[in-house]
Design a protein around this ligand. Sequence first.
Ligand code: SF4
Ligand code: MG
Length: 297
Amino acid sequence: MTSTVNRFKQAETQLEAKDYKSEVKPIWCAGCGYHGILNSMYKALAELNIDPSQIINISGIGCSSRTPYFVNSYKMHTLHGRAAPVATGAQLVNPDLPVIITGGDGDGFSIGGGHMPHLARKNLNITYILMDNHIYGLTKGQVSPTSRREMKAYTTPYGGVDDPLNPVKYLMGYEASFVAQAYAGQPAVCKDLIRQAIEHKGFSYVNILSPCPTFNKIDTLQYYKELVKNIPENHDSSNYQETLNLINSYETEGKAPIGLLFKDTTRETLDKRMADLVKLVGGSSDYDLNKIVDLAK
Ligand code: SF4
Ligand code: MG
């Protein structure tokens, strides 16, 4: 299926998922949910038919932060938790390019947690694909901000003391303009939500639940099977309060809502406001960092 999206430069011919694979093969463990998420990402990019030379994929540190190595794109594997500020700079000087952050729960909500609210409140035109396996995998199994209290890990041999953070509720709290949740075991849903997130103009956040069979021994495939539950087809994703109520009711039920939860297309993006500001002070209507630097002299 070819998307009708036209705000990104299209490839000259219709590309396939394989065209978005880099020459580097994933080195994730067998059974890791990230393999499926990566394949969904390839398919979403192929549906959008974006010219790979236009894509910017940025990550922090962690197993999922290795994703840019495997994607045919421009990329930067930055510091732990620091994908967001790097992506912010990349997006503001390249407002017409798709900027995608890929990373995990520890990187995004602990080390880099201070950045998440600002991506949302500034409505940066960035897509954040957060692969949430409820554990630190790369550092061999410590509890993360989304781990359940029952998690016995190297850092919590008797179980944890903190309640887990609910990512989609958190993003709703900061009024992100696109909030969705998927599960790695449902690749078609993953692909659709990633595609919609990239198409969205504004900050789009997709939380993708994913098993880490190597270190997370309690969040098994059976656990996820019982945890995930599709949201009703008639959910009004433009209704903020209805979405919050939905997330709360699923939480009370002990379920993770899967689908497009919230989408607000009315908010201005930061690059638009920056361009307006440049124009206001007598600069070019074309957003250009060099011109801004010239103005400051
Ligand atoms: Fe995936 Fe866990 Fe292995 Fe990392 S340690 S590659 S998250 S299964
Ligand atoms: Mg993790």
